[in-house]
Ligand binder design. Structure first.
Ligand code: ADP
Ligand code: ZN
Length: 614
């Protein structure tokens, strides 16, 4: 193990190389670390997988004193500490999951200055006991992870974060670094104000995740569509599937299992033991699919999540980007896939309409939903639109999203919009009735059914005037009008209603451009295996078989030590070992991801695996 005094004396780059085994800093890491090591406050906005952890872990080792890391992710603290221990860093945590003895050991280590990093939940910091403990040791730095949790308008608000402004009051000389992957300037301003980070330097990294392919497809039979995606493009890969409701999580997980996919459910309705066990298995085993509500995922730093699929529309672009960002932290190709349809828009608009909270709150929800809908309906490059939303305009079309790969066609939907809006207008006189989108479409295509005859709607002047479009296309028209605010949803039954803007279309003062509903969306990617399978496919046969043997060794070692496989080595590191096939410890030490501690611990075993000709 590298001795702490040796570490303290060394500079940041040296720590990066010797402890973490990496050659160079990425992006703003060096600037951030220099600033914090020198005692400055920092607010860091970096996408998931951008390398935020090192921004406080390296200063923790370079500065005197213990770095106190505030994180809401109690369930992941053990893994974070394990990953640090694996590279020889002295880390511990205090949270409600510990027994008294474990707690005492960590407290004592903190007071003795025998820790480099101490992880705490925000609620712990509010207690007198912990505050007094912190006064007895020497704090080198406060790191506030997932700092967007302080934002009241955000999607992960944690009231305990509001109290973190006291850090500054109680320990005014200790530098603070707040980090988040949520990037809008509004959130950034809110974090700075609420955490009293007024003097902090802001570091805003590019939010692009070039290895993630963004795709938003029309929702038809979502579970079947999902299964096709998994079979064609991600067989055997680890991934996350997000659903809106607990019931749909359970159904989807069952459906996948019945179809031979290794899937587990996760939602707040499961007891905490099952939740923890499923999360544990997802992190530790290779190739599991987690089907979850958004209760799952914050802080999950599994590097080889190959896809994130949404079966329901996320409520905001912030949420969507954070969730999809959990794919491909290791930089290898990954997929963000969303199935989206009319029912999503109706449901979410209805939810906002009937939600508790004041008008300002509902408006805030609607603004967020509108941005998400605009992303779904755009005919532009999805990535360009995402980056613009996060304040990064002017990037070129990416060539790695569905709209770049298969440019959607548009058509002049003004007349269709008028037909639909006049139908809604005619039904408006009977607005106490429940006439949703389906009924309007039936009228337009002239479909005879009980409800139509019961209300005599076949006598309406718009009955049967829309036969030029298929039913699915009409649903697309309704969806796009709802998305653009040219139509609204009212009441518990999702009755369609006109808006002020509808009048402009009806009066021909406004034209409406629509996205054509594709008959069938072809997969934009060849069906070659991805993920672990891709890694092997890209290597020559000899390296490929070496990689498999290294993986088997890693799996066994991880199991023995009770840690996730990636804590031992990442796929990228194993891949390079397999390619370079080093024959000495010195050669092995030059590979990215092999630091001094791991070299000492695993070097000989790896050389044995390499020398062991099967
Ligand atoms: P974030 O917290 O921003 O989501 P992480 O800190 O988990 O990202 O880093 C993402 C991945 O990139 C990790 O696997 C990490 O080890 C790796 N990484 C970070 N910085 C570097 C670097 N300078 N060189 C090589 N790998 C790095
Ligand atoms: Zn694109």
């Amino acid at each position: 193990m590298v001795s702490p005094t040796e570490l303290r004396a060394s500079d940041a780059l040296d720590v990066l190389r010797r402890v973490f085994g990496y050659d160079a800093f990425r992006g703003f890491q060096q600037e951030i670390i220099d600033h914090v090591v020198a005692g400055g406050d920092a607010l860091v906005l970096m996408p998931t997988g951008g390398g935020k952890s090192l921004c406080y872990q390296v200063p923790a080792l370079v500065r005197d004193g213990v770095a106190v890391v505030v994180s809401p992710l109690i369930a992941l603290m053990q893994d974070q500490v394990d990953a640090l221990t694996a590279v020889g860093v002295r880390a511990g945590f205090l949270n409600s999951t510990q027994d008294y003895a474990a707690r005492r050991t960590v407290e004592q280590a903190f007071v003795d200055g025998a820790l480099d990093l101490l992880y705490l939940a925000p609620e712990a910091l509010g207690t007198r006991g912990v505050q007094q403990l912190l006064d007895r040791g020497r704090i080198g730095l406060f790191a506030i992870d997932e700092a967007h949790c302080v934002s009241q308008w955000g999607h992960d608000f944690r009231p305990d974060y509001l109290a973190l402004s006291m850090l500054h009051e109680r320990w005014p000389t200790v530098p603070r670094i707040a980090l988040t992957a949520t990037a809008t300037s509004a959130t950034r301003a809110e974090i700075a104000t609420r955490l009293q980070l007024t003097e902090a330097r802001h570091f805003v990294a590019s939010f692009d995740r070039p290895n993630i392919q963004y795709r938003i497809v029309p929702k038809k039979e979502p579970r079947k569509q999902l299964l096709a995606l998994l079979r064609d493009e991600h067989p055997g890969d680890a991934g996350i599937v997000y659903c809106l409701s607990r019931a749909s999580v359970d159904k989807t997980a069952e459906f996948l299992v019945a179809n031979g996919v290794a899937a587990l459910p996760y939602h707040a309705g499961l007891d905490s033991g099952t939740r923890a066990a499923n999360q544990q298995r997802f992190l530790r085993e290779d190739g599991l699919v987690m089907v979850a509500t958004i209760a799952f995922g914050m802080g999950i730093d599994k590097p080889d999540v190959r896809f994130v699929a949404h079966l329901d529309l996320p409520k905001s672009v912030e949420g969507y980007y954070q969730e999809t960002g959990r794919a491909g932290r290791d930089g290898l190709p990954s997929t963000a896939w969303l199935a989206y349809g009319l029912q999503d828009v109706v449901q979410q608009r209805k939810m906002i309409e009937t939600s508790d909270g004041d008008l300002a709150h509902r408006r805030n929800l609607a603004t967020h939903l509108d941005a998400m809908l605009a992303l779904c309906e755009t005919v532009r490059c999805r990535r360009v639109q995402l980056l613009e939303y996060f304040g990064q305009p002017g990037t070129a079309d990416c060539g790695n999203c569905d709209t770049c790969l298969t440019p959607p066609e548009t058509w002049d939907g003004t007349v269709a919009a008028q037909k639909l809006l006049s139908t809604v207008y005619r039904l408006d006189r009977e607005r106490n009735q429940r006439f949703g989108a389906g009924h309007c479409v039936d009228i337009l295509i002239g479909k005879q059914n009980d409800k139509i005859s019961q209300y005599g709607h076949d006598a309406l002047s718009t009955f049967g005037i829309g036969t030029e479009l298929r039913e699915a296309e009409w649903r697309g028209v309704v969806r796009q009008l709802l998305a653009e605010g040219l139509l609204a949803v009212e009441g518990d039954y999702g009755t369609l209603a006109l808006t002020e803007a509808s009048a402009e279309v009806l009066a021909r003062r406004r034209t409406v451009t629509m996205r054509r509903e594709p008959e069938k969306v072809a997969s934009t990617r060849s069906a070659k295996p991805r993920g672990a399978a891709t890694v092997v496919a890209e290597l020559d046969p000899a390296a490929g078989s070496l990689f498999e043997r290294l993986r088997a060794w890693r799996g066994a070692t991880a199991k023995e030590q009770g840690v996730p496989a990636y804590v031992i080595f990442h796929d990228a590191t194993l891949r390079q070992i397999a390619t370079d096939s080093p024959t000495s410890l010195a050669e092995l030490s030059r590979i990215s991801g092999v630091g001094e501690n791991k070299l000492a611990k695993y070097g000989e075993s790896i050389l044995t695996v390499l020398a062991d000709q099967p």
